[in-house]
Design a binder for this molecule. Sequence first.
Ligand code: NCD
Ligand code: ZN
Length: 347
Amino acid sequence: MPQTIELIMPDDFHVHLRDGAALQFTVPDVARQFGRALIMPNLKPPVTSAALALSYAERIGAAIPPESIFTPLMTLYLTNKTSMGDVRNAFDAGIKGFKLYPAGATTNSDDGVTRLDLCDPALSMMAELGMPLLVHGEVTDAAVDIFDREAVFIQTVLIPLRARHPALKIVLEHITTKAAADYVQSAPEGIVATITAHHLLYNRSAMLVGGIRPHYYCLPILKRESHRAALLQAATSGSPRFFLGTDSAPHAQDAKEAACGCAGCYTASHALELYATAFEQAGALDKLEGFASVFGAQFYGLPLNTQKIRLVKESWQMPAELAFVGTQKLIPLNAGETIAWRFDGVI
Ligand code: NCD
Ligand code: ZN
């Protein structure tokens, strides 16, 4: 009998679904494995108001397979102009948080924040309402090396931000460094982090040794092995400050395999299998349920999902490509590779 694990149905607290025809591909993948997902607002143009988020949620809803219980949780894109009234409206509309993209930090972040001090009134209102700020934690200063951008962000932006807004709940998204794991672990109450499967499994050599592998390129960029080890330790520590966010971010094959390729790894199709592989490597499969299904829901004040899912230790081959919009292809992370765990569905 192959080894199996059963978990409370997990949630993905950081995912990119895109819009339009892409939803027919991205939504069923996420809805297959997760009860809920926090939907990132970096569309073109970005999702900046409750009205835009609610119509986006409707388009997502139309792509959810009929038998699925999946619920999208919506976020808004913070800008220099986000007002206290915008925050109040968002809260009243059931929006779960605002996302801070430093302008130019990543895919579709050109409308992001250029001066965080302009957001102070909005951030005060979020603190008052208990609405979390979701942070892409990288500085964009050209003088700062890309491998140092997260650690510099913590020192120069995050620590001062927390000093100005001590009651603000903050999620440091998709952390990639020991500095971030240590900071979140030792910070006062109210700060948590999501961790992707790919940052738990890979270091920068996976992206750069033996040829440049664009499908491993995402932001924040994969770091050296000591950082991966620190992230795996944090994720498997049982601390409720660390929970699952895949950062699955689809880009068509030609946008990734290009002279200037886009940042983002597509993992929605096999996310739980990757997390199980990482937790097994750390000898910590017993810690997967807290990380995947409990701590995030608790942070966001949501009930745990009532369904359960099963994973089986049985290898299968990831397809070399997935269908995507029109004639485009989507190359998932691990394309053509053997995956050690198999998602066996909702039970
Ligand atoms: C994301 C995307 O493509 O939207 N890309 C990525 O590399 N992770 C944006 C983001 O979360 O940084
Ligand atoms: Zn992301």
